[in-house]
Write a new protein. Structure first.
Ligand code: IVH
Length: 671
């Protein structure tokens, strides 16, 4: 393509990509598939590589890659980034209002209510509509240039529809779900988890390598605009928010125009009620006077504007005592300190323990045994010690030192290079074996209800179970001999174990506790290999050909399946009849390479839209499955097309799984 044509096409591509980004990341209403989007992006990258001189500051390629830097540049803010005055009760809010009323001529004050997002303030600088750079708040006057990391936030527009020069401010955050996923990922990689979404966002914004930041689910809401040039200044804050929305920024959907103090108060109450349901954390509601004239009239102190106030919600925090500090040996040998707390009710549950993550955190927070501490739930889920109430110390508190040997098997602990955690490297360490049992039975694993930490320990100590393979040969008589184990509980456990044998393959893979293989990787592996024996036998190249499986996961899988101990466990599981296939009916313990639909029987009823019966049959048979004419107990699936006949009724009576044509297509395509 000639340069002129390339320039035109690039301009078109930039506009299209920006529009699709906006639809996807701001409006949550994509119009094209991910693949079609990728194709546009590829085309742009290719053209830009041919004509590097045509790369512009608003090109979406600016979001790709980026080189790690060794430090952040200091940036002076256009106007100081102020903080907000906080109030903690309705009475204080009323006092704030009364004080304010004296200084404003207006009768009824019009406000804008906004949720107070618990993230980090950022400033975004646009020149003639093009995003130039972004910075953290820093000390309010100088912040750090974090442009590369902000570029990973897809809802941040690179070019505005108006060529304005302005500074826009907002809050960067990570959603609760993003936080939990990020931590899951980190745990699978044995990296220390983030304590809460805010820390995760802060850590990500200050990452030196933007490719790492790109994997963090950062998001942004904007809430203020300082116009510099080329702008028609809005008269109210509400108009400002509307304008920011029109510029295609993400503005929080809960912002509300409020008339008079009572409505403002009511907004704070409503937000407090909504707090738990929001997909991100908020720590209060912000009230801002709507009229910009009035804002100017009131002005600011050196710390905060007089025209705004943050109504802080009472944090779900509680005070309790650290009764002891234990060390926990995880299933991979990582040793973590855990605080044993005097039981305390917090956000709906009794908290007795809080992980201290690692020795560094213990030191940093200066936690001693006997300390009174303030606790909360990070991401509303994980109990965490916020701080020690040092003023409550009596002098009888005892410092805690990390052990030098494993509390379970007494072998020396090691700190591997590049890791924060101390580790017990003994594969036969009882604590690790017990944790592996617990993991196997956990919700992400085989979901064996009733098999928790306490029982796993009992089973191991009583010599009934040495590895997860032994779980399936437990007998009622043995179980009944255990302390606190009644006949009924023993029966329930055995029944749950029995049920778990039929779990889908991905649950079994996740349950094995292979390093770096969490729920997602397990699903991808199960979908790809269809049976466990095939996964076990996979070469490194085959493993690497699976979507999202990189060298680290591949090596970990090979190491795991190469161990003799793993072989022994898998044999036990196969003998017990645990399902080894992605589709029910696939032979348990199948050893030789079979076909993906081996042993699966389908019955068709009604007319298929896309296939003739004959075609469908051919597809199934090519993959090793069978098509039967009538429904029986041994039928795995009844595929119901248009106008299904009596076979459908029969399937319902027998409890055979009924699927649609597209479910079937999906199954057939997966295998
Ligand atoms: S307005 C001059 N609005 O809270 C007014 N701040 O405690 C500056 N924040 O630094 C801020 N949500 O990081 C404003 N809707 C919102 C906010 C918000 C969160 C943060 C912001 C600010 C801090 C002040």
């Amino acid at each position: 393509m000639e340069k002129k044509a390339a320039a035109e096409r690039l301009q078109e591509l930039r506009a299209q990509i920006a529009q699709h980004n906006y639809r996807y990341h701001v409006l949550d209403a994509p119009q094209i598939s991910d693949a079609a989007f990728d194709a546009l992006m590829q085309e742009l990258l290719q053209l830009e590589s041919l004509y590097p001189e045509l790369v512009t500051l608003d090109s979406p390629s600016r979001r790709v890659g980026g080189t790690p830097s060794s430090a952040f540049q200091q940036v002076r803010h256009f106007l100081p980034m102020l903080s907000l005055e906080n109030v903690f009760s309705e009475k204080d809010l009323r006092d704030f209002y009364l004080r304010l009323q004296k200084n404003i001529a207006a009768g009824q004050i019009s406000w804008v209510g906004e949720p107070k997002i618990d993230g980090l303030a950022v400033s975004l600088y646009y020149e003639e509509g093009i995003f130039q750079r972004g910075a953290t708040r820093g000390n309010g006057y100088y912040g750090e240039d974090i442009t590369h990391n902000l570029l990973t936030i897809r809802s941040l527009p690179l070019r505005l529809k108006d060529a304005i020069t302005a500074e826009i401010r907002g809050e960067v955050f990570i959603s609760r779900e993003g936080f939990l996923k990020l931590n899951e990922c980190r745990e699978a990689q044995e990296l220390p988890p983030f304590a809460n979404p805010r820390n995760a966002a802060a850590g990500s914004l200050r990452q030196l390598d933007p490719t790492v930041t790109a994997e963090r689910p950062l998001d942004l809401f904007v809430f203020s605009l300082n116009g510099i040039r080329g702008i028609k200044f809005p008269a109210t804050h509400w108009e400002t928010l509307q304008y920011l929305g029109a510029l295609q920024f993400r503005v929080n959907p809960h912002v509300t125009l409020l008339n008079g103090f009572e409505e403002a108060l009511d907004f704070c109450r409503r937000m407090n009620g909504l707090r738990k349901e929001l997909p991100y954390e908020i720590d209060g509601a912000v009230l801002k006077i709507n009229s910009l004239d009035e804002q100017e009239q009131l002005g600011s102190t050196s710390r905060a504007p007089r025209w705004a106030v943050a109504f802080k919600f009472s944090a779900e925090e509680a005070v309790t005592r650290v009764e002891d500090i234990d060390v926990n040996v995880g299933r991979t040998g990582a040793v973590t300190p855990v605080a044993k707390l005097a039981p305390v009710l917090l956000a709906g549950s009794v908290v007795k323990r809080a992980s201290l993550h690692n020795e560094d955190i213990l030191k940093q927070k200066e936690i001693m045994i006997g300390d009174e501490v303030l606790v909360h739930k990070a991401g509303d889920v994980i109990p965490e010690i916020i701080e020690v109430l040092k003023e409550k110390r009596t002098g009888r508190e005892k410092p805690f030192l990390m052990p030098v040997s494993c509390p379970s098997c007494q072998r020396d602990l090691k700190r591997l290079p590049g890791e924060v955690a101390l580790r017990c490297l003994n594969p036969a360490c009882p604590a690790q074996l017990i944790e592996r049992l617990v993991h196997f039975a956990s919700r992400n694993g085989m979901e064996i209800m009733g098999l928790g930490e306490a029982l796993a320990e009992q089973l191991y100590t009583a010599g009934l179970v040495e590895d997860v393979g032994d779980l399936y040969s437990l007998h009622k008589e043995d179980l009944c001999k255990l302390e606190r184990m009644g006949k009924k509980s023993a029966e329930n456990l055995l029944e749950n174990l029995q049920k778990s044998k039929g779990n889908p393959l991905h649950k079994l893979i996740a349950a094995l506790g292979i390093r770096f293989v969490g729920d997602r990787a397990a699903r991808l592996l199960a979908a790809h290999f269809q049976t466990l024996p095939r996964l076990v036998a996979a070469t490194k190249e085959e493993l690497l050909s699976v979507t999202e499986v990189g060298p680290k996961i591949a090596a970990s899988l090979q190491e795991f399946f190469g161990q003799e101990e793993t072989q022994r466990v898998l044999e036990k599981l196969a003998r017990a009849g645990v399902n080894f296939a992605a589709l029910p009916g696939g032979a348990a313990g199948e050893v030789e390479k079979g076909l993906p639909l081996q042993g699966v029987t389908f019955v068709f009823t009604g007319t298929l839209a896309q296939y003739t019966r004959r075609e469908a049959k051919e597809i199934i048979e090519a993959k090793g499955g069978k098509v039967a004419g009538s429904v029986s107990k041994s039928t795995d699936y009844v595929v119901a097309g248009e106008n299904p006949g009596s076979k459908l009724q029969k399937a319902r009576e027998l409890g055979v799984k009924i699927i649609t044509e597209s479910d079937w297509e999906h199954l057939a395509a997966l295998s």
